[in-house]
Design a protein around this ligand. Structure first.
Ligand code: SF4
Ligand code: SF4
Length: 469
């Protein structure tokens, strides 16, 4: 049995006071000094922690908002002196898509590398937009495999990137088909280029160290090849250089030693691939396609070309179609591309990498179910560093999370923890769905429920098709 993929993690404490959701307002004045004060019974020990927190506070810049909102003390105080309050600073975080809940969950995972536990079941809406309009099927009927989660059997998350042959042929009991080059990854997750306004040069070596530590790869513009340092070959297997439309080809020395390279899609895509393959036929080439109004059809067209090995489809950071007035969401665009390729009988031949809008581990699993082989992330890694998604940096203002001051130990530790937590959650989801291989999860829509499909099936006969405005 091959060695199990495992990411070493260590708790990395936050640098700043955590912006939690709930706090308790305590009207001390009327306190009856009960012998069995409800504060002592807080199962999370928050009142004692609050005293410690206040004692160590250097400046009065953040109240203690770490209450879990169980209401136990609020309901049981004999004088009704305690009230639960929501932190206004918490509600200001995020950008609408990356909600305060997503940000806090990401911070907790980056700190502990643990799987988030919400306690009293799921408290969110029944359905919503984007990834919230689909559910993974974890019912008993699909034979969930807890054995995989507890390590007694192996759930493989490894994936291959590259073009695969349609058929294998044999002659004299020997394989006669020439096998194209493939890049194997231990988990279906890579690090994407950051949007221009969120690029911090001092984070680049840390991101590379995270890619090395987790065994994955990071996409980085060829202009930043200084990242390779003096020993150019050392980390090439963890780097995917991205070549923009007018970026010259890397040196033959780099092309010959790289495993995967990404190019911008344009009218010279095929010619560029041929130029790269002329230097190194074993180098896998991915084509980055923006999911604008032509993105879906362009991806399908590219997949039909036998020279294309990998298509990287990219939506905006919130998962929306780029430049559209009524944008489609990444999961729907991926599903369309995947289904079209299945119908044409060519889906297994190309690899699809998807990025944009993948903010939680569950989004990774759902995006793979919709048809992506691999996902690429960037913003969740920035959130892992206590970013609040306030957009100050984008607009040229000071960063409240002091991103510019982080140390390598902190940055590498937190981002590694996040990837480890996502990997564990992928195993958790796959185990609950009875799937033992990430390759088999891809396009497995039979193990998911889509709100639109269910609604149409049940109510469509009565009310007709829903009109989307
Ligand atoms: S509401 Fe619950 S978690 Fe919060 S302080 Fe009271 S007992 Fe503790
Ligand atoms: S200014 Fe700092 S906290 Fe705000 S979005 Fe930028 S990196 Fe994140």
């Amino acid at each position: 049995m091959p060695k199990k993929y495992h990411i070493e993690t260590k708790k990395v404490a936050p640098r700043l006071p955590k912006i939690g959701k709930f706090g308790i307002v305590d009207w001390h004045e009327d306190c009856a000094r009960c012998h069995n004060c409800v504060k002592k019974a807080c199962v999370y020990d928050r009142y004692r922690q609050e005293m410690e927190y206040i004692k160590d506070l250097d400046e009065f810049n953040a109240m203690f908002f770490e209450c879990m909102g169980c209401f136990s003390c609020v309901q049981k105080c004999t004088k009704g002196l305690l009230a639960l309050t929501v932190n206004p600073e918490y509600e200001r975080m995020g950008n609408g898509y990356f909600t305060p809940d997503i940000i806090l969950t990401t911070w907790n995972q980056a700190e502990t590398a643990g799987i988030p536990v919400s306690g009293a079941g799921y408290r969110g809406k029944f359905t919503g937009t984007g990834f919230d309009s689909m559910w993974t099927d974890m019912s008993e009927i699909v034979r969930p495999t807890r054995d995989g989660i507890h390590g007694r059997e192996y759930i493989s998350t490894s994936v291959d990137i590259g073009r695969k042959p349609k058929l294998l042929s044999f002659e004299d009991n020997r394989l006669a088909t020439a096998l194209p080059p493939l890049v194997d990854l231990p988990a279906p997750i890579i690090i994407d280029i950051f949007p221009e306004k969120y690029q911090f040069s001092h984070l680049m070596p840390m991101l590379l160290a995270v890619a090395v530590k987790t065994g994955t790869m990071m996409i980085v513009g060829w202009e930043q090849n200084g990242l390779l340092g003096a020993d150019k070959e050392k980390h090439l297997s963890n780097i995917i250089f991205y070549l923009g439309k007018d970026t010259p080809l890397p040196t033959p020395e780099i092309l010959k030693k790289s495993r995967l390279i990404e190019i911008a899609d344009n009218n010279k895509t095929e010619q560029r691939i041929k130029e790269i393959k002329a230097v190194n036929p074993e180098l896998v080439v991915a084509v980055r396609v923006e999911l604008d109004s032509h993105g879906k059809e362009r991806s399908i067209e590219l997949a039909r070309n036998p020279i294309i090995e990998v298509i990287h489809i990219v939506s905006d950071m919130n998962g929306n179609q780029i430049g559209a007035e009524k944008p489609e969401f990444i999961k729907d665009m991926t599903r369309h591309i995947h289904t079209s390729l299945v119908k044409s009988g060519i889906r297994d031949e190309v690899t699809i990498i998807a990025s944009g809008g993948i903010a939680l581990a569950e989004h990774m699993a759902k995006e793979i179910i919709c048809g992506a082989d691999v996902i690429a992330i960037n913003m969740p890694l920035l959130l892992a560093l206590e970013c609040r998604f306030c957009a100050n940096c984008r607009d040229g203002f000071a960063c409240p999370a002091k991103i510019e001051n982080i140390t390598a130990q902190y940055g590498i530790g937190r981002m590694t923890n996040l990837i480890a937590a996502w990997h564990d959650q992928l195993i958790e989801v796959m185990g609950a769905m009875g799937i033992r291989e990430a390759r088999r999860l891809r396009g497995e829509t039979g193990r998911a429920l889509f709100f639109d499909d269910i609604e149409e099936e049940i109510f469509g006969r009565l009310f007709g098709k829903r009109i989307r405005v």
